[in-house]
Design a protein around this ligand. Structure first.
Ligand SMILES: Cc1ncc(COP(=O)(O)O)c(C=O)c1O
Length: 364
């Protein structure tokens, strides 16, 4: 039976990327497998100081630069610690003594970012959503002395996603794009810093990408540990200490795969198509419902409830028996969600839609 994972925590990898990785991992001495990378070492054995690894890192950075249209004013960092570490590392690197920042509170993850940052500076919630819709930028109460304004581009628990981003003039946006990184083209001007854990849209856990504009570099105090100091990592090409070599290599393959699959315009078209087929099924009648306001619904985290809560257990059991895995919603909001990251095949969405339709016909 073919199975599909809709997990929020980790996306499936495209089959072609898995095949390449398998080949690169098995490239061991005496294994008889082609040694096309030169040294014959497995990808898992490469020292970060080797020229082979630098070629992999630089290739990944190049592809990312091309996809996003970055300029020489942008620096790309491959760090460890996940987006959760960035919740603290952002204020540690950007805020000097007595400085402040605004945060837009739109759900679980922006709240966590705000709470973590509060230990490192004067953090203010410039706007707060109701968990079902996003506060319009016109209503954000920005402070005049903010160093940056933090947004979470896609709230994975609530299923909300910013369609566009305001240019706040002198105040750069800092965005947690973990859930929708590289799923659409974005204008770079409003952003001073973008960060994303890799495991949802560009590979596996263990690596966090940071794109930072040079204007925000060099603000960290002496207390910031070197591996987490953005300016030091930018100068050392993310090799202040041993970087997450394998996660960077996987990201490199994902970035190539994304480029070959048509870049960000094509990624957005796929996301629109995937999400539209589920939302139209959910909206057909009252059997399923989506709590997110239509204009703010995420194209990545598709959240839905069954009107009959007593049917939830049967829905989950039958979905799993059909090979449709990890559909349970975040515990903070309940219900179900289908996470459709960059590598989600339309085939998975079609299988889920067919199951949901059939379940409704049988139980509705
Ligand atoms: C929007 C968002 N930000 C941050 C995180 C935390 O990422 P990590 O577990 O890699 O720290 C998640 C995890 O699901 C997320 O969805």
């Amino acid at each position: 039976m073919t199975s599909f994972s809709f997990a929020s925590a980790q996306a499936p990898l495209p089959p072609s990327v898995l095949e390449e990785l398998e080949c690169d991992i098995r490239q061991q001495r005496g294994s008889g497998i082609r040694k096309e990378r030169g040294s014959g070492q497995s990808l898992l054995e490469l020292p970060f100081s080797a020229s082979e690894f630098e070629a992999i890192r630089a290739g990944a950075e190049q592809d990312l630069r091309r996809l996003l249209g970055l300029t020489s004013e942008h620096h790309v960092l491959f760090l460890q610690g996940g987006a959760t570490a960035l919740f603290s590392l952002v204020p540690m690197n950007l805020l000097r003594e007595g400085e402040s920042a605004d945060y837009i509170e739109t759900g679980l993850w922006s709240r966590r970012a705000l709470e973590a940052a509060s230990a490192w500076g004067a953090i203010r919630a410039a706007a707060a959503g109701d968990g079902r819709s996003l506060p319009r930028p016109q209503t954000w109460r920005m402070s005049s002395d903010s160093v940056y304004c933090h947004v979470t581009s896609n709230e994975t628990a609530e299923g909300l996603q910013f369609r566009s981003f305001p240019d706040l003039g002198g105040v750069p946006l800092v965005a947690d794009m973990t859930a929708d990184f590289l799923t659409r083209p974005i204008p770079l001007d409003p952003f001073g810093l973008i960060y994303a854990s890799a495991q949802k849209n560009i590979g596996i856990a263990g690596m966090t990408i940071v794109v930072i504009h040079e204007d925000l570099l060099g603000r960290a105090g002496k207390g910031v540990p070197a591996p987490f100091n953005f300016a030091l990592q930018a100068a050392a090409r993310s090799k202040v200490n041993t970087p997450p070599t394998f996660a960077i290599a996987v990201a490199g393959k994902m970035l190539r795969w994304l480029s070959d699959a048509g870049g960000l315009d094509a990624a957005e078209a796929r996301a629109v198509r995937r999400s539209a087929s589920l939302y139209s099924l959910i909206d057909q009648d009252d059997f399923y419902s989506c709590p997110a306001a239509v204009q703010d619904r995420s194209r990545i985290s598709i959240r839905f409830h069954l009107s009959e809560a007593s049917l939830e257990a049967a829905f989950e059991t039958e979905a799993e028996a059909t090979g449709l895995l990890h559909l349970r919603g975040h515990p903070s909001v309940g219900g179900f969600r289908a996470s459709l990251y960059n590598s989600a095949p339309q085939q998975a969405v079609d299988a889920l839609a067919a199951f949901m339709d059939d379940f409704r016909r049988r139980k509705g």
